[in-house]
Ligand binder design. Structure first.
Ligand code: COA
Ligand code: AMP
Length: 636
């Protein structure tokens, strides 16, 4: 057999007989009721996996392991260089604490199907909060700590939660981020009224509690009775996770229970090659999809040990932090974003710090969140001497669209490619008319034939029509990924760029349209545009162009400073919006479309062509001049 044959046979079977394929994989999960239908296509294009089945995701993540010999195995290792704390929880301890927390949540009147917002830093209580909601059949929505109050308020209004679980603060190197005032402000801004908050007090910045609304976490848990697992339908939502849309209104990606559990169990074994009982580390944040799938649910469903790391790749305390964690906890694999490795490479290009640590247990490094740039991958390959696997996925998909399935059959790594499609993914490269491009290696829109495999999103929260319009309408019968790329003669996929206004900043997804909305709300600004410019460390960073209203007569730096602050206040520090320039006008086509693509090429010093439809070519000279002054457009 040739290399890749095992993968190809499996992938082929997942497409030719998806129901048999996924029914087989579903044996890894404990169900309280079997399914009536593996794939319910009766409401296509809204497909449902394991229709009629029931299970509880928390039971699959905790209780069953306690019952079957893993009670004393560490389930979660908390490693926090920013607080100098480490703590390990066995499966039994985690199950017991989650059951009590579920009791405290239920005491507040939360039942199956109710929404709960979780706004927490990287502490074990964040994972417990997710699992406790799952235990009750409640639907959690985790909001990343780097978002501002306004973003939190938007999410509160969209999912109308009964309860918010939070902590008094998060800890960023050199600064304590007080979460509670942000939450109070968000509650004030939101139309939906929050009856109850449970607040985990951290000594670094204890929060004042609002009488009659806020409860102290420890007190609420101490007073609660443990709760058992409530079976839910496989097709019921486990969580909602908001991601950038094209406007200020984020998209509420819905994740179901059954298909997700099956996909995660499969991927832990065959994509990540991790065995139950082994130690796995995903250095993301619980606020992102990667954190949901591979800090919380995936490793626990699989019976592995998950590491929860509250720190950075560099500066906590140095660029050897990742090696220290891998070696100390004997992790067999790490999943992070290329940006983290660029940060390490910048600080310690020769990998001197690695020499202090024993990484003998370490087998594979997985990178995702942005394209794995070849120089970073090559550097990591040389340094670590293990396979470096770039894999591609999205908040919407819940797990990888493409990857190198090292647990099934390692395939050669090709630099710049995220390898081959995951089971159930029938990927095509489409031209502008939506027809598959026959020529291998030609770039087009990456789209997947419906149905998507289990674990992917069945819809957007309360927005079936938006789901259809945003993802299914452009190419009937396909899911539009929003990414462009190509597939080579060996079936390897390369993802090149987004086709919309989404940019990728340090592995975090941001919408330039959303930043533009904030800039446009400033009193001085008549018009604006935001593009993503290349950044050595973060991949891309947002860059703003402002056209001021006639008659605005104040120092330009003041306006720029204010819009930068406005983005931080409205979207949050995660937007990393630091630079804007003032220009006399924006380059547009004759029909009024802003030429963001050309502006980006100019900013990055890439070759560009004068668009035939440009209204006034001089506008591009003005932009180029401004960019050069700001240190961009180097090669012109
Ligand atoms: N709460 C509050 N603020 C937060 C935050 C949180 N949870 N997380 C980040 N921020 C803030 C940061 O402090 C920073 O603020 P600043 O502008 O005042 O410095 C800003 O948001 C941007 O954060 P980030 O993009 O994380 O930049 P950084 O300089 O702190 O760290 C990296 C850079 C590369 C080390 C970091 O982005 C990283 O580790 N990325 C990897 C992500 C990942 O692994 N993803 C998994 C795959 S998707
Ligand atoms: P998010 O939903 O935040 O996970 O962002 C998803 C987007 O990140 C994708 O649509 C891609 O644009 C980008 N992305 C994620 N992983 C990769 C990868 N391995 N290669 C290229 N782009 C990636």
């Amino acid at each position: 057999m040739a290399v890749g044959d095992t993968y190809r046979a499996l992938h082929q079977r997942s497409l030719s007989d998806p129901e048999a394929f996924w029914a087989e994989q579903a044996k890894a999960i404990d169900w309280t009721r079997p399914w009536d239908k593996v794939l319910d296509a009766s409401k296509a294009p809204f497909y449902r996996w394991f229709a009629g089945a029931e299970l509880n995701t928390c039971y699959n993540a905790l209780d069953r392991h306690v019952q079957r010999g893993r009670a004393e195995q560490p389930a979660l290792i908390y490693d926090s260089p920013v607080t100098n704390r480490k703590k390990s929880f066995t499966y039994r301890e985690l199950r017991d604490q989650v059951a009590k927390l579920a009791g405290a949540i239920a005491e507040q009147g939360v039942t199956k199907g109710d929404r709960v917002i979780i706004y927490m830093p990287m502490i074990p209580e964040a994972v417990m909060a997710m699992l406790a909601c799952a235990r009750l059949g409640a639907v959690h929505s985790v909001v990343f700590g780097g978002f501002a109050a306004n973003e939190l308020a938007t999410r509160i209004d969209d999912c109308a939660p009964k309860l918010v679980l939070t902590a008094s603060c998060g800890i960023e190197p050199g600064r304590v981020v007080k979460y509670k005032p942000l939450l109070d402000q968000a509650i004030e801004l939101a139309t939906h009224k929050i009856p109850r908050c449970i607040v985990f007090q951290r000594w670094q910045a204890p929060a004042s509690l609002v009488k009659g609304r806020d409860l102290d976490w420890n007190e609420a848990v101490a007073a609660a009775q443990p709760r058992g697992c409530m079976p839910v339908k496989a097709t019921d939502p486990l969580y909602i996770l908001y991601t950038s849309g094209t406007t200020g209104q984020p998209k509420g990606v819905v994740r179901d229970n059954g298909g997700y559990a099956v996909a995660l169990a499969w991927s832990m074994q065959y994509l990540y090659g991790v065995n139950p009982g082994e130690i796995w580390w995903c250095a993301s944040d619980v606020g992102w999809v990667v954190g949901h799938s591979y800090i919380a649910y995936g490793p626990l469903i699989h019976g592995a040990t998950t590491i929860l790391y509250e720190g950075k790749p560099v500066g906590t305390p140095d660029a050897g932090a990742f090696w220290r964690v891998i070696s100390e906890h004997k992790a067999v694999a790490l999943f992070t974003a290329p940006t983290a490795f660029r940060a390490i490479k910048k600080e310690d290009p020769d990998g001197k710090l690695l020499k202090q640590y024993d990484l003998s247990k370490f087998r594979t490094l997985f990178l995702a969140g942005e394209r794995g740039d070849p120089p970073t991958i090559e550097w990591a390959q040389k340094l670590l001497g293990v396979p470096i696997v770039d894999h591609w996925w999205q908040t919407e998909t819940g797990w990888a669209i493409c990857g190198n399935f090292v647990g099934l059959e390692p395939m050669p790594v090709k630099l710049g490619s995220c390898s081959v499609p995951a089971p159930g993914w029938n990927l095509q490269v489409l031209d502008e008319q939506g027809k598959p491009i026959a020529k291998q290696g030609e770039v087009g829109a990456l789209a997947a034939k419906l149905p998507l495999p289990p674990g992917t999103f069945p819809t957007l929260w309360n927005a079936d029509e938006r789901f259809r319009q945003a993802y299914l309408a452009d190419y009937p019968g396909y899911y539009k990924t929003g990414d462009a790329g190509f597939i080579d003669q060996d079936g390897y996929v390369s993802v090149m760029t987004r086709v919309d206004d989404v940019i990728n900043v340090a592995g975090h997804r941001l919408s330039t349209g959303q930043i533009e909305e904030v800039l446009g709300s400033h009193n001085d600004v008549a018009e604006c545009a935001v593009i993503g410019v290349a950044d050595e460390l973060k991949g891309q960073v947002p860059f703003g162009f402002l056209v001021l209203k006639a008659g605005v007569d104040r120092p330009r730096e003041e306006t720029v400073r204010e819009v930068v602050q406005l983005v931080r206040d409205r979207i949050g520090p995660v937007a990393f919006f630091k630079t804007a320039i003032i220009v006399p006008r924006l380059p547009k086509t004759r029909s009024g479309k802003i030429l963001r693509g050309t502006m980006q090429k100019i900013a990055d010093g890439e070759p560009w062509k004068m668009p035939a439809t440009i209204e006034d070519p001089a506008a591009l000279d003005e932009i180029t001049g401004g960019l050069k002054t700001a240190g961009y457009a180097g090669k012109g």
